[in-house]
Design a protein around this ligand. Sequence first.
Ligand SMILES: [Zn+2]
Length: 283
Amino acid sequence: MNLHSQKNVSAKSVVAVTMLALGIATPAMLSSVGCQSVPMTNRKQLLVTSVEKENEMGLSAYQEVLKSEPLTKNEKATEMVRRVGQRIADAADRPDFKWEFNVIESETQNAFCLPGGKVAIYTGILPVCQNEAGLAVVMSHEVAHAIARHGGERMTYQTAQNAGKTLGSYVMQNQDAKKQEMVLTAYGVASEYGVILPYSRKHELEADHIGVLLMAKAGYDPSEAPTFWERFSGSKQGAAPMEWMSTHPADATRAAALRELMPQAMNDYEGASVKYGLGDPVP
Ligand SMILES: [Zn+2]
């Protein structure tokens, strides 16, 4: 369904009604439904949720995950994730986000950032990262999905697709649980919370784009990004693919797109080196 089409007024109305019923949107917000721009890429996107509401849903879903997943006892890993995460958070410049970084003990090669800056890294991905710059690739990519509000877009589409058949059951059910499940699904969190919706190629490439610029601004060598993806695609797990592997763009497409951004990223990186000190990025 193409919600960006001007002609598709009825789909917009169905989404609007469902968002109201779910308590995700308010009438005031719906009056301003329309196109917004993604930071750094300026792509136009249609969203019927507000940033505030998404952040609130992100927080509640994050608390749910932390209740049911064991945090790692590896203090060094946790310190590293928080150190790298904080620098990426500074580069993301989102004063409305209340950043939090936790490391979940799990063999799954996964990571996510929920709206509002709620980040989790699974220990299974750390060996593939190899160093702080590798970790910065993963974290900046996930943060990019959140600041670009890809989950909000997915919730918008998902609601539109499901509106007719499930509106009644949504209203009848526990709405908080439903909203948590919705945001977790939309941001590619583990399957026990529902079906993993694969990100589209468009969202993946956009998260790469924003991510490589964020990591550069955070003082991590952006040339690590294509290298990391090559390494990662060589270490694919059969059972539990990372969210971005499920419909990941072809490695060559991904690498070519990243290479195209490298002059801009290197420029940002040089600026950041002054702030963070030369030689600091890669341990
Ligand atoms: Zn992704």
